[in-house]
Every structure is written in C-alpha cells, then in structure tokens.
Design a protein around this ligand. Structure first.
Ligand code: FMN
Length: 363
C-alpha cells in the first residue's frame, strides 16, 4: 500500500528530482521487501539469481547498488561512467509522458567520473564478490580521443565488473552514435580488449546499440564486434524516433525516448540480432519491458537476460518482484523449468508477444 503511494507522491515531483529521490531511497534502505522466485541463469561466466536487471542510467554513479539488488533485480548495470567528471546537459533534461508510459531524456552522461566512482564500486565488490554487476562505460563530451576514453574505462573497471558494456548508442552526446559504424566499433573493442589484457585479467565485453540502426548496418557492426571477441550485445538504448501514437506535452522534447513506445522497435532489433547470431553470444533484451508478458516475449525472441529502467521510474520499486513472480507463473503454465529454455524459441516479435500475452491471461 505504502509503495504505490510513495510512487504517486514521486510523480508530483519534477522527473529528475523524483529520480534523485528514488536513488537516495534505495541507498538508505527505504524500499519494499522483495523475495522474488529463484529463476537462475548462468551466462558470461556468472550466476544470476534471475534474468531481470536494472538498465544503465538509473544509477550512473553506483550509489545504491545493494538497494537495487534488494528490490529483486538479479543484476545491475551501473553507469554510464565517463573518465572525467562532467555535469551533463542543462536542466530540465528528463520528461515523463505518462499517457504513453514513456520518458524522454537528454541527461548527456552526467557522471562523477572514474576517480570518484571506482572506490565506491571497489567497496561494493569487496562486500559482494558474487554480485552480478555490469559497468557501462562512455566517453567525455569534450574528449579529443574517444577510443582512449573507453580504454580508460576498461582499465579502471575490468577487475571489478562481471562484464563491461561499451555504450556507443546514447543519443545525447553529439557524434557518439557515429561510433556504432562497424570500423569504429571494431577499433573501440580492440582498444578495450588491449586495456583489459594490460591489466592481466579478463572480463567479458558487451556493446550497447541503438534501436535506430538500419538492419544491415547493425548486423555489420555485430559481425565486426564478434570478430574482436565481443561477449554480447545490449539491445537496445533509447530511440530518437517519435511514433505517431506518442501522447504528452513533452513529446517534442529532444532526447532519447524510452518505455512502452520503444518496446516494438527494441524487440525487432533483438529478434534480428538473435536470428543472425543463432545463440553464439549473450543478448540482453532492453526497451519498454513493463510486464511479465513483455519479459517472457523478449526471452522467447533470444534474450538471455533482460533489463528495464523506465517502467521502474513510472510504477515504483515493487515492479521487479511483480514481473519475476509473473514470469515464474508463466513458466509453470508453459511447463518450462529454467528461463534459458525459452531463449530463442520465436523469431517473430509480434508472434512472441501474442503468445506471451495469451499465456499471461491463462495464469
Ligand atoms: C533517464 C534515462 C537515462 C539513461 N541513461 C543511460 C546511460 O547513462 N547509459 C546507457 O547505456 N543507457 C541509458 N539509458 C537507456 C536505458 O539503459 C535503456 O536502454 C532504455 O531506457 C530502454 O529501456 P527502458 O524502456 O526499460 O527504459 C537511460 C534511460 C533513461 C530513461
């Protein structure tokens, strides 16, 4: 009862203030008690308690990691962290579109930078050595050598992260998305892999891509990344597109659109990548996941792991537990014992969602 009320009060705040309040609440232990069903997944050399994680951008500076795991998430992706601290874009820079269950943001990589964030993550890792923690790395807006920025992020975090995600798909840093072009992505991966090797360790490296890439370009980038030993892809980041169905006074704001209107696009990109890769690598399904049926459909389409952000911001901290309970019920109804048995059973995004929604109605 109290958590829907708290979420309602948070909705009265401006979006960025509500976001800060949510991070602080999780940091200070002000959160619901979650005991989600065990839905274990093993991938990337890591055991995950369940496939659902918190997407990058919610906890950019790694302030509330224990609290985020405590509300039920099986993994976290902290970041995007840039080498040097930077303030991001001027405010306001986050906008809710509640009628469309969406958010538009143009934060622009506000980050405390490696030197401030690394000790915090090192302390968390010492306390929680088995936690599934991805670290999402980016480049400074004014950097003259963006490849060097990704190398610096890898050098700083490879020894602490369960995996690193190279974010070359944020729409809010001018020119960043150009790095998704196959040759640039390859050069960044080579730099990152070299930085990890120099540390004498190993760490899986994933690449996060935009939903706005044309299919051929995305597959060319995926192939180049695979040749450089990439361990997987996070599909997808927010979109620059604006579907005609979008409603809300903020719909013309510049920035990346996330939440429900992104779901179809993100599912299509995931399905395309999964069919192309045929199980060869780890795929994170992200974008508009808000319900057990959304989560189930994304697993069917080939995701090994899932992430969400916007639905948490719009509905509150009980959401991960609810989605995981729903997933467990759907799996039982479908006669499936482990989430990885679902992975890749469908290749058509619409059919996967229809199947999942029918199944959910029977639960
Ligand atoms: C306010 C906001 C900030 C975000 N910041 C980042 C970021 O720093 N790095 C990143 O890789 N993705 C970032 N994202 C994108 C999310 O990680 C995710 O890919 C996207 O929002 C789609 O998932 P969703 O529809 O569940 O939110 C951000 C999203 C939102 C809404």
């Amino acid at each position: 009862m109290i958590w829907p009320l708290a979420a309602g009060i948070a909705r009265l705040l401006p979006a960025e203030a509500a976001h800060r309040a949510a991070v602080l609440a999780l940091k200070t232990g002000l959160r619901p008690l979650a005991s989600p069903p065990a839905l274990p997944v093993s991938i990337l050399g890591q055991d995950f308690a369940n496939p659902l994680g918190l997407a990058a951008g919610f906890d950019k500076d790694g302030e509330a990691m224990a609290g985020e795991l405590a509300i039920g998430f099986g993994h976290l992706e902290v970041g995007t962290i840039t080498p040097l601290a930077q303030p991001g874009n001027p405010r306001p820079r986050v906008f809710r579109l509640p009628a469309s269950q969406a958010v538009i943001n143009r934060y622009g990589f506000n980050s405390s930078g490696i030197d401030r964030v690394r000790p915090r993550i090192a302390a968390f890792r010492a306390a929680r050595p088995a936690a599934a923690l991805g670290i999402n790395i980016g480049a400074n807006k004014d950097s003259r050598d963006r490849i060097a920025d990704y190398r610096a992020g890898a050098a700083a975090f490879a020894g602490l992260a369960s995996w690193l995600t190279i974010n070359i798909s944020s729409p809010n840093t001018p020119g960043l998305r150009d790095l998704q072009e196959a040759a640039s992505a390859r050069a960044i991966l080579q730099g990152v892999q070299a930085a990890i090797a120099e540390q004498g360790g190993s760490c899986p490296v994933l690449v996060k891509l935009a939903p706005d890439m044309q299919p051929a370009a995305m597959l060319a980038t995926i192939d180049a990344c695979m040749e450089e030993g990439c361990a997987g892809f996070v599909l997808t980041n927010s979109t620059l597109s604006r579907p005609s169905s979008l409603r809300g006074s903020a719909l013309h704001q510049a920035g990346g659109l996330s939440g429900k209107p992104l779901a179809g696009l993100a599912a299509e990109q995931l399905a395309l990548a999964a069919s192309h890769l045929n199980g060869a690598t780890c795929l994170f399904g992200v974008g508009g996941i808000a319900s057990p049926a959304d989560a189930y459909a994304r697993l069917l389409l080939g995701a090994n792991l899932l992430q969400l952000y916007t639905a948490l911001a719009l509905t509150g901290p009980q959401l991960p537990g609810r989605i995981l309970e729903g997933l467990a019920r759907m799996m039982a109804e479908d006669g499936v014992a482990r989430p990885d048995e679902l992975t890749g059973q469908f290749s058509d995004a619409v059919a996967a969602l229809r199947h999942s929604e029918d199944l959910w109605h029977r639960c």
